[in-house]
Design a protein around this ligand. Structure first.
Ligand SMILES: [Zn+2]
Length: 419
């Protein structure tokens, strides 16, 4: 059965093989004692406090709660333009309740929302509502809007001429040092955990290609410096070499997509300790279907044309990523497709030659490192008890990541399906 938020601490998890988020593979069967939302003890056997609930996860791999650090919970992939331009901010918030639930049920106990297109700070409100227990969802980190130059990837005006008046009201467009400085400070005032900006063009806009660089070096420098001065990290939507080089030089913390990166770009990122969130499912999974008119019937023509034009370059960049030693963090761009499918990033990464261990670390310990939250992402005594389980060994069958049947977030159980 599926249970909805049972609060009966302490818990003792028994019977499962534990992967702690760091080791090369699942270790031997270990028990875990959870008290007050934290991992209190781990070992061959642990204390069973009076009144403890025993959870038997025999036959399962027990691992840290997963993190998807690139989602858009306010975006409905069934009607993307409508959800971006016609949903009110309140409706965007209501829509997000479904995706938040789906992500948590998939075992994602932490997410980073990588921007909404709204007039207020809907994702900041969602984060606070989850913190206060008003709604159910993963722990959220939020980049409220994508700061973008006029005519850049985040500028809605050209995407939907008929919605021009809406686009003009969205406050993510900033040009020049003063404009960018103000935009960054306003984001932080509004509750941003991360600043996001459009460092290059993309596939989902009608302007130039994803290899076009949209901000000057000076603009990127002032953006990153303003955010860092206020203690806030910066991520950038960027695809190709020039954008990556400028973003690296400006000192960003993560590159989102990087889908046209060369081997040299990736080694530069590695040297500067800049994380890559490659969102491979969203970008690569349908490349083989783009010549099928049935598949493309509902996709905007410009998007199909762009993907076809860059298909080979996107495939070869995926090979560079697999061969590189850059720190990969799991992110999906869910919202461009259904949030309940976000786990498919795991098999997509493995299909493109990223080892299962690297993919699983990307969603646990490496993700926690990028967030600079060492209390998350590993199963170690003292850490926050975000714990999930899958039936079997995902190191041998990565598709098991779509079968998460136990979810605990901060010591509370949100899902427990008995076989
Ligand atoms: Zn995105």
């Amino acid at each position: 059965m599926t249970t909805d938020k049972i609060e009966q601490p302490p818990f003792v998890i028994v019977g499962g093989k534990v992967w702690n988020g760091i080791a090369d593979k699942p270790l031997i069967v270990e028990e875990i004692l959870i008290k007050d939302g934290r991992i209190a003890e781990m070992g061959k056997t642990v204390i069973r406090p009076t009144g403890a609930t025993i959870i038997n996860l025999d036959g399962h791999t027990v691992m840290p709660g997963l993190m998807d650090l690139h989602v858009h919970v306010t975006q409905n992939p069934k009607c993307p333009l409508e959800s971006i331009t016609q949903y009110s901010d309140v409706f965007k918030g209501l829509y997000a309740l479904g995706p938040l639930h789906d992500l948590l049920m998939n075992g994602f106990t932490t997410i980073r929302d990588a921007c909404a297109f709204d007039h207020t700070y809907v994702t900041v409100d969602l984060k606070r509502a989850i913190q206060q227990g008003l709604i159910v969802g993963p722990r959220m980190f939020v980049a409220p809007h994508m700061i973008s130059p006029s005519g850049g990837h985040g500028d809605l005006a050209g995407l939907m001429a008929s919605e021009f008046s809406y686009a003009l009201k969205v406050k993510n467009i900033a040009d020049g040092s003063d404009g960018i400085c103000r935009a960054v400070r306003e984001e932080i005032r509004g509750g941003a955990d991360w600043i996001k900006f459009a460092g290059s063009g993309g596939l989902g806009d009608p302007y130039g290609g994803p290899d076009i660089t949209t901000y000057t070096q000076e603009e990127m420098n002032i953006l990153v410096r303003t955010a860092h001065d206020l203690g806030i990290p910066v991520c950038t939507h960027v695809y190709g070499t020039e954008g990556i080089r400028r973003a690296v030089s400006a000192g960003v913390d993560s590159i989102e997509h990087g889908s046209l990166a060369s081997a040299e770009d990736l080694s530069l990122m590695e040297k500067k300790n800049i994380f890559l969130v490659p969102t491979q499912y969203a970008i690569l999974h349908d490349l083989d279907q783009l010549s099928d008119p049935k598949y493309t019937a509902c996709i905007p023509a410009f998007l199909v044309q762009k993907k076809l034009k860059y298909a080979e370059s996107l495939r070869s960049a995926a090979e560079h990523i697999a061969k590189s030693n850059v720190k990969i963090v799991f992110g999906t761009d869910a919202g461009c497709f259904l949030h309940k499918d976000n786990w498919k990033e795991f098999p997509e990464m493995v299909k493109h030659n990223i080892k299962p261990l690297r993919a699983l670390k990307a969603a646990t310990s490496t993700a926690a490192e990028m967030l600079n939250h060492p209390e998350l992402g590993t199963l170690v005594v003292g850490k926050i008890a975000d714990i999930i389980a899958v039936p079997g060994d995902p190191f041998h069958d990565i598709n098991l990541m779509g079968k998460v049947d136990f979810v605990m977030k901060e010591g509370k159980i949100y899902k427990h399906q008995n076989p």
